[in-house]
Design a protein around this ligand. Structure first.
Ligand code: FES
Ligand SMILES: [Fe+2]
Length: 372
């Protein structure tokens, strides 16, 4: 049986009888190919916070489903995305992230404006067919939503704000658009991207995997895991004031009652994972790098009232230290899971009621592959 069929069988049972996804969906190259073509090339992919691209010429590059892409802020202040492949002899253009006034190819210096049009090319006057007005880097769809920057290779994808309107209804009072990013890093871990995504989707592992950090703060009976939506799933946990910055700031008059200490864990498909607390947020945006490696964008920061707080720097330092420690624990757990998945004895067990989001994620993956 191939891995796509195995997954289809796994997700065909009701949640009350559900099991984890079969090992082959994490380890098979065939399955990864399908994920790239039917998920990463079709859905919206988050490149991080739009505030990382504030000034004209700020750019980031990424490979999305094997397509090299540039996302940049243009001279008119709009966020734009385009192909990162030169129109001459097809070198890639920009690397990493930075700021530039124009896009200069590192091979023969064909030079593009920030809108992708060709500004100039050396020594091309004698080719009668060449007309620089005919050259423009193919544009890629790009949208901003609640402070996030998304791109998609799919011309037919519904706008992000439509797809995620229920997220806005759910956490509108957190005012996520005004959370400030204070750090962004990239990492590569030795696990399948879905293992890390699923690790985020359940807080079942917090008391054990995170015993050294936040485990004690996490009460299984205070976790709420509602059924997921088409484009995302979520669960909530309650924190107590032993971590002050997870509580609503005293100047925060948007949140009331238990919401002042409620953390939302939003898993926006395929791979944007946001921990949203009343005081801070952090997120992962994941892309597979082969079956056994995941490329991770890891960022986060503070809500506006905490940014304005006199203790902002100390609060942020405390937060970053904590997140780094938590990440080390998650890295250990998710890399162990991947090693286990690769063994011949790997066999999926039943899911806890606290793993409802994992069940919904499996349904989503299956749906994308079936509708392709
Ligand atoms: S490949 Fe880009 S200028 Fe030649
Ligand atoms: Fe974790």
């Amino acid at each position: 049986m191939n891995s796509v069929t195995e997954l289809k069988n796994t997700v065909s049972v009701p949640f009350e009888q559900a099991r984890a996804m079969p090992p082959s969906v994490y380890t098979s190259d065939e399955f990864l190919k399908r994920e790239l073509s039917d998920i990463f090339a079709k859905d919206w992919f988050c490149v991080g916070r739009a505030s990382a691209l504030t000034n004209p010429g700020d750019y980031v590059t990424l490979d999305l489903a094997e397509q090299p892409i540039i996302v940049l802020r243009d001279n008119e202040g709009a966020l734009k995305a385009m192909s990162n492949v030169c129109l001459h002899r097809m070198s890639t253009l920009l690397e990493g992230r930075g700021n530039t006034r124009s896009i200069v190819c590192p091979y023969h210096a064909w030079t593009y404006n920030l809108d992708g049009s060709l500004r100039g090319a050396p020594a091309m006057t004698l080719n009668e067919g060449f007309c620089k007005e005919n050259y423009k880097l193919p544009q890629v769809r790009c949208e901003e939503w609640l402070g996030w920057a998304f791109v998609t290779l799919n011309p037919d994808a519904r706008p992000v704000s439509q797809q995620l309107s229920k997220v806005e209804e759910l956490v509108g009072d957190y005012d996520m658009a005004n959370y400030t990013e204070t750090f962004f890093e990239t990492h590569v871990w030795n696990t399948n991207w879905k293992v890390l995504a699923e690790n985020f989707m359940e807080s079942y592992h917090l008391p054990v995997c995170h015993a050294g950090t936040i485990g004690g703060l996490s009460k299984l009976e205070e976790m709420v895991c509602p059924p997921g939506e088409d484009a995302f799933n979520y669960h909530t946990i309650l924190k107590d004031d032993s971590l002050k910055i997870a509580m609503a700031h005293e100047n925060n008059d948007r949140l009331h009652g238990d919401r002042r200490r409620m953390t939302y864990l939003l898993a926006i498909y395929p791979s944007l994972l946001i921990t949203l607390t009343p005081g801070y947020f952090w997120y992962l945006t994941l892309h597979p790098e082969g079956v056994g490696q995941v490329r991770i964008g890891f960022g986060g920061g503070m809500s506006k009232d905490y940014v304005d707080d006199p203790d902002a720097q100390a609060n942020f330092t405390q937060l970053k230290t904590l997140l780094d420690e938590v990440n080390v624990e998650d890295k250990g757990c998710t890399e162990k899971v991947y090693r286990g998945l690769c063994s011949s004895t790997a066999k999926p067990g039943h899911l806890s009621h606290l793993e409802r989001p994992n069940y919904d994620f499996a349904q989503y993956i299956n749906k994308r592959l079936q509708e392709a």
